[in-house]
Design a protein around this ligand. Structure first.
Ligand SMILES: Cc1cc2nc3c(=O)[nH]c(=O)nc-3n(C[C@H](O)[C@H](O)[C@H](O)COP(=O)(O)O)c2cc1C
Length: 261
């Protein structure tokens, strides 16, 4: 018996059996955890949305129920056709914009752009924050290239669709302490009260390489991240892209027109 165990064939067979068992365990675990990963990713996105909407303080960590409650209470998400800005009859709760951008049937080539956006989805989501029956803020998804990674996040505009109320990124792979400072609450606070558009509706907000003045004196500029010029440039470009003609500008123009009626 012990002689049989010393054969090369036995060793190879035993190793193969261990490999098969291990790979089965790993793949079963991965498959069974997938729904939980998806649900946690959705929850994290919702947390970022309510955070950028100013419904929770930065740095606080509400539980699943609290996030869901705030989301249900204040968010009125709507899916729009980006090119025209018109609302469409697609369920906003199940619509996945990132997935749509990857689907050739539901997206188009983006024109060359400094944000590194390759595909633009036909439809986009707008999270309208409704308080006392009026639109208090618009939360728009943003994404684009930094130095090492694609950054995914949201920008919050005031109900005037011009004043920035917040920015957040829920996924990126920039270097902690350099480009990763996009997550620094102090830097994110610098966006507040800046103006995304000038009086004529042109996208004017820009991240500088240097420091910007206070919002009252320097409304169209935001401080760059020190030692992370490429990430800063990427953030500038991606915000401008999604607020521009290929992003949400048609929706914002429609929204402004309906407000002034
Ligand atoms: C290990 C390492 C990580 C870096 N990570 C980033 C980063 O996340 N974002 C970024 O813009 N620059 C990063 N840089 C710096 C860039 O290579 C580049 O020098 C910088 O963007 C130029 O910015 P500055 O003109 O502010 O120095 C990193 C550099 C090193 C060596």
């Amino acid at each position: 018996m012990s002689q049989q165990r010393n054969t090369t064939l036995y060793t190879i067979g035993f190793t193969a059996a261990v490999c098969v068992v291990c790979s089965l365990i790993v793949s079963t675990t991965a498959v069974s955890l997938k729904p939980r990963q998806a649900s946690n990713a959705l929850l994290d996105r919702q947390k970022n949305i309510i955070q950028v909407a100013g419904l929770i303080e930065p740095g606080t960590d509400p539980d699943r129920e609290a996030i869901q409650h705030l989301f249900d209470q204040y968010m009125d998400p709507v899916v729009i056709e980006l090119a025209t800005g018109t609302e469409v009859d697609i369920d906003a709760l199940t619509f996945d914009q990132t997935e749509a951008a990857r689907d050739p049937a539901r997206s188009r080539d983006a024109p060359p752009n400094p944000a590194g956006v390759k595909r633009v989805p036909i439809h986009g989501i707008v999270y309208r924050v409704v308080k006392d029956g009026t639109i208090d803020k618009l939360i728009l998804p943003i994404e684009g290239k930094g130095l090492w990674s694609t950054l995914y996040g949201f920008i919050a505009l005031d109900g005037d669709a011009r004043t920035i109320r917040g920015i957040t990124f829920y996924q990126h792979g920039e270097t902690p302490g350099l480009g990763g400072e996009v997550d620094n609450p102090g830097w994110k606070a610098r966006w507040k009260a800046r103006k995304a558009f000038d009086e004529r509706g042109n996208v004017t907000i820009e991240v500088l390489k240097k420091e910007a003045g206070p919002p009252e004196d320097d409304p169209y500029h935001v401080d760059g991240l020190s030692g992370a010029t490429i990430t800063s440039r990427g953030v500038s470009a991606l915000v401008r892209f999604w607020l521009g003609d290929n992003g949400y500008k048609p929706y914002i123009e429609r929204y402004n027109a309906s407000r002034s009626q």
